[in-house]
Design a protein around this ligand. Structure first.
Ligand code: KIV
Ligand code: ZN
Length: 504
């Protein structure tokens, strides 16, 4: 990658570090949809996964590498031959491939986790960068737990990695321990001690354990970092990674002060955030900066009065600049297949013919129940179809009955490989009865640990959006489903989580 003066390169790790968040388990189709949206958003690098970890992740990285054009596509590998070989196998079809190798460099990780010596780690790092370089020109090296690594040793590792061919050096605050002053100083000191860093991309990767991931990334930018690793909605291990939308909007809103720019199309931020929320099942808190539901909501009388007189009194970001307040009502009952297809294409969705047909059928059913269909409704339907595209079981039919003086009952019909299966069950409520029937039909014994319901748009005929978290064989799976009928949305969400468990 050629370094442009004043640029901060955005490296998105939603599909790798983000996917490591507990309960998130994206299939290859979902990952591809998110990657395509990340390309539309204009990120510079997409970390598509960690190919050695599973066949599913390998397939996902491979399909993203082959189909998503524009950004650099990278995959993670430990400093071991089989990881690097597998990463290259997945990445070789990319227009602009990068192999990202990492190894721990702090004493606590070297001694307790790797059970090696500093010298052995150094040798592994050098060998890994050289092996990756044998496959592709663009190689990133990360000394994991860099912020707790002995400085002189870190300097040695970084120098050798560059000498061996690394074109990006990434400094991770793996456990989110650094403060902004310390982290900024570490980057500045490294630049002084290793002048060769001026010839490569200097990246940072901050975790949010102390709520400082974005502040630490900004401090590193002020010290000369040229790439920031971040994730949409701040997803990632434990408390997550630096939130992409926050970094981008800080650099955009405070451009006059900071003087560094990204190539992000900010109007795509809201849509990207929603797509990631709906496909991962991880909602963001209402008061989350930039993409939370309240980020542009004003309730106190004084603020509302101010906003009505002059938006800038209480709003530092125009909601339109992140893609909000666009396309309220767009399609209705009379819209045909052609208009539907064209509108989805305009929204940036790339569906297969089969997915498009199923989404259109759902749209028609919805249009019979709901007078005005908003972009948010379409996004929900399409995401639901993408989510379920590779499901083992599909929901064909539900019938429920309940009254104040009878036991709730549900009949559920599922389809698997063209064959229909049906079950009628009692439950404590209609949702419980439906979930029990799905459990019996699929043979999956699950414990419901979370059940959330919200409305997609603000009207009484709005679609219900249900998220469930199921514990199955000691692992958590998140499922999501939408419908104007809450019971059906619940069934879809429950079945989505069960399908994820089955495909694992
Ligand atoms: O947090 C971390 O150190 C990582 C590395 C693999 C970059 O995710
Ligand atoms: Zn990380």
């Amino acid at each position: 990658m050629v370094k442009e003066e004043g640029r901060v390169y955005i490296f998105d790790t939603t599909l790798r570090d983000g996917e490591q968040s507990p309960g998130i388990s994206l299939n290859a189709r979902e990952k591809l949809e998110i990657a395509e949206q990340l390309a539309r958003l204009g990120v510079d690098v997409i970390e598509a996964g960690f190919p050695i970890t599973s066949q599913g992740d390998f397939e996902a990285v491979k399909s993203i590498a082959e189909r998503v054009k524009g950004p650099v596509i990278t995959g993670l590998a430990r400093c071991v031959d089989k990881d690097i070989d597998r990463a290259w196998e997945a990445l070789q079809g990319a227009e602009r491939p990068r192999i990202h190798v990492f190894i721990s460099t702090s004493d606590i990780h070297i001694e307790r986790k790797l059970r090696k010596t500093r010298e052995e780690v150094l040798e592994m790092a050098v060998a890994a960068v050289k092996r990756a370089k044998g496959y592709c020109d663009d190689v990133e090296f990360s000394p994991e737990d860099a912020t707790r690594t002995d400085f002189d040793y870190l300097v040695g590792v970084v120098k050798l990695a560059i000498e061996s061919g690394a074109t990006t050096i990434n400094i991770p605050d793996t456990v989110g321990y650094a403060t902004p002053d310390e982290f900024g100083k570490l980057i500045a000191d490294l630049k002084t001690a290793v002048p060769e860093l001026n010839d490569v991309i200097l990246s940072v990767h901050c975790h949010n354990d102390l709520g400082l991931a974005v502040a630490n990334s900004l401090s590193a930018i002020a010290s000369g970092a040229t790439q920031v690793e971040c994730a949409v909605n701040g997803l990632g291990e434990r408390a997550g990674n630096a939130a992409l939308e926050e970094i981008v909007m800080i650099l955009d809103t405070r451009a006059a002060t900071i003087g560094r720019r990204t190539n992000i199309r900010t109007e795509e931020i809201s849509r990207t955030s929603k797509l990631v929320m709906t496909l991962t099942g991880y909602a963001v808190q209402r008061n989350k900066a930039i993409v939370g539901a309240n980020a542009f909501a004003h309730s106190s009388g004084i603020h509302t009065d101010g906003i009505l007189k002059e938006r800038l009194t209480y709003e530092i970001i125009d909601p339109k600049s992140i893609g909000l307040e666009q396309g309220a009502v767009i399609l209705g009952k009379t819209s045909g297949r052609h208009a539907f297809r064209a509108h989805l294409a305009e929204m940036g969705f790339t569906l297969t013919e089969e997915e498009l047909e199923r989404a259109f059928d759902r749209f028609k059913v919805l249009a019979d129940k709901k007078a005005e269909i908003a972009d948010a409704d379409l996004e929900a339907i399409v995401a639901d179809e993408v989510r379920t595209a590779t499901d083992i079981y599909s929901l064909e039919y539900i019938k429920t009955a309940s009254s104040t003086d009878s036991t709730p009952m549900a009949t559920v019909r599922l389809k698997k490989n063209g064959t229909l299966f049906e079950e009628t069950t009692e439950g404590d409520g209609q949702v419980d009865a439906v979930c029990k029937a799905i459990g019996r039909l699929t043979g999956v014994d699950a414990k419901l640990v979370r059940y959330d319901v919200s409305a997609i748009t603000g009207s009484l005929d709005a679609q219900g959006d249900v998220t469930v978290e199921l514990e199955i064989d000691g692992r958590v799976f998140i499922g999501r489903g939408v419908s104007t009928d809450i019971i059906e949305a619940s069934a879809r969400a429950y079945l989505n989580a069960v399908n994820k468990a089955l495909s694992r």
